[in-house]
Structures are given as structure tokens and as C-alpha cells.
Design a protein around this ligand. Sequence first.
Ligand code: GLA
Length: 404
Amino acid sequence: MLMAALATEFGPAPDSARVEIVRAPGRVNLLGDHTDYNEGFVLPAAIELDTWIAFRRREDGLVRVASRHSREPGSFWIDDLGPDREGGNGSRVAATDPGATERRPGHWSDYVAGTAWSLRESALPIRGFDGIVDSTIPIGSGLSSSAALEIASALALLSGGHILAARSLAALAQRAERDYVGVNCGIMDQFASAAGREDRALLLDCRSLDTRYVSLPYGVRVVVCDTGEKRELRSSVYNTRRAECARAVALLVERMPGLCSLRDLEAVWLARHRALLPGNVARRAEHVVSENARVLATASALEAGDLDELGRLFAESHASLRDLYEVSSPALDTMVEVARAIPGVVAARMTGAGFGGCTVNLVLADAVPALKAVVSREYDRRTGLKGRVYPVAIVDGAGPVPTT
Ligand code: GLA
């Protein structure tokens, strides 16, 4: 289907042109939110909802992309790209391409353009392509549709045969989102999309980028519940939270020389110096310190198959994100509450940046139908929204897809 769409959009392929396909998954974070940009720990997993690009390489630096989910294609010349803080995004229309469409700030293809810009800035060998994008990741739901598009774009842009380690791919894609698109994100989403592994969660140290893969207990499924409440990271308080964390470090460093980030802060030291911090800043710091400890405890509980402990850790994480970090929402709280009441739901909490989006649940396989039924009855009734339940397989990270 994607191949046919490619021919319809960009015309029949010249004889020499080969169609290639790359895919990059979305992610769900099992535990550890708002810790990545504090150089802490996270525990995401790549999920079977993913983004694909079918493409034909070009000999020049023109990129033309169309999406099966948007009527507006995008195009740009790789050499023309440059971030422009004042203008929002600095990508320019490919003026010499007769098929180029007028761009407006916030176009979906900015993620492709930003990735091209980031790879070019690192002097990597890249070339243009004509491509069709398809995705099963719901957009704006906190399952990292943008990170998946960046990682898939990087794979399509890199000239044939050039392979990058997952951690380099992730860092380049993060740079695209941060310095080109203008969302000051951490590295978790891109890392999970690039480096995920089938049936394993990824314990990532966001300072050293060391990883450990962690198995899930037998019979436990990961289920994502989408609240149906869209969140827009760019316009959210995400950057404010980052600034509050930086403020905590700046205020504490006077008493604790050597403190580089909240990753270095221990609970006893926070308790001792809490009076130095304004109330909201102290709460943000307390969340990050306790969440880091919970990530490590969750990895151990998964390995030990300790379901009670997992339930407790997820509940604590949710409460901390709601009360201390203040990034939950009534819809997320209701979704967690509804799920927790169902026998066989082992653990439930909000996941990702917050402000709407999804919850993540660990559920005994037998209880998945009950969760679906109760969400569509209880959650929808209580919130007036349309909740969606996705049991998700955990899959490998991004890569090429065989086309024969
Ligand atoms: C978003 C960001 C990530 C991370 C999470 C919160 O998904 O892109 O880097 O900060 O929010 O854990």
C-alpha cells in the first residue's frame, strides 16, 4: 500500500530507483517521568505502534514527504535548513521545486527537516528522498509520535549503508526536536525508539547513556490507556518544569558544591536544605529524587516478578507526578482510578509528559477484556471523553524493513 501511495504521490519510479522502507516505534514509559532531563533514570519500552517511511533516494538534496494522515505534503532542500529562533522554525520552502508547498510554522514535516538539519550539522552523509509516511501512533497522545518520525527520518536520510549506533541516532534526533522544532525534550523518547528490544523494558541512565534490558514478569501485559485528552508539549508547562529543576540546582549548589543536576541530589540532603527552595521548586525536586529511586526499584521488582511492589511503585509515581510535579490532569487521574479498581490490574499510572495523554498499566492477561469494558463504560461516563485501550506488544527499536 505504501509503495502504491509513493507512486501516486511522486510519479512512477525511474528504472534504477529502489523503494526502501524504514520503521521506528513509539514508546511507553513504564516509570521515571521528568527524570531524563535531570540526568536521571527512565524505564521505557518500544511499542508495536510505529511510524513507517517508504521512500526512494534522490541524487540531490531535495526531500519531499507526504503523509497518509495529512493532506499537506512538505518539501525542503537539506542545504537550506537552519533553525531561526525568532521565526519559530527556520525551514524554508524549496523554492526551486515546482511541487514545493508553502510551509507554515508547525508543519508536521518540521520533524523530518529538523532531523535533516541535525544530521547535516554533524557532517553525516545524507541525501534527499521522496517518501510517504504512515503511522499507527496516535498523534499528541504522549506515545512519542514525533520521536518515531525523527528516528525514521534519520534512517531514510542517511546515505545507503551508513549505520549509526542507536545512542547516536537518539542524540541527533533529540537535537532536531530541541534545537530545530523548539521542544526542549530529554533523550528518553528518541532513545527508546532507536534502542528498544522485543519483550524487554529499557533501563536507561540518562547521564551515562548506559542501558540494561529488563524482562517483564510472565503473564503480565503492558496496556496503554489513552485519555482522549490531547496535550501539546510545546505550549505546555514542560519548559517551566525544566526551569524549576534548574533553579533547584542553582539554589542548592551554594551548600552542595559539585551538585550538577537533580540526579546528584539525595533525599536526606534535600530534606536538610529544603528551606532554601521556594515551595514549588522544592516539590519538583522531591519528585525527581524519589522518582529516580523508584525507577531502580521498579527494574528490580520487574525482574523479581513482585507484582505487589510494582503496584505500590506505580501508585507512588502517579501521586508524585500529580501532587509534587503537578503535571497530571483530572482525566489521567480518573483513568488511573478506574483501572486500579479492576482485579488483575497490577499497576497503573500516568506516563510521559502529562497534561493529558496516556496512562500505562501492567495487567494480567486475563484482565485485559475487563479493563477495556470498564474504561468504555466508567471512564467515558465520568469524563465525557472517549478513552481508548491498547494492549501493546514490546518490540525492537527502529530499523530497515525488508521489502521483498
Ligand atoms: C516527554 C519528553 C521526554 C520526557 C517526558 C517526561 O515525553 O519528550 O524527554 O521528559 O516527556 O518523562
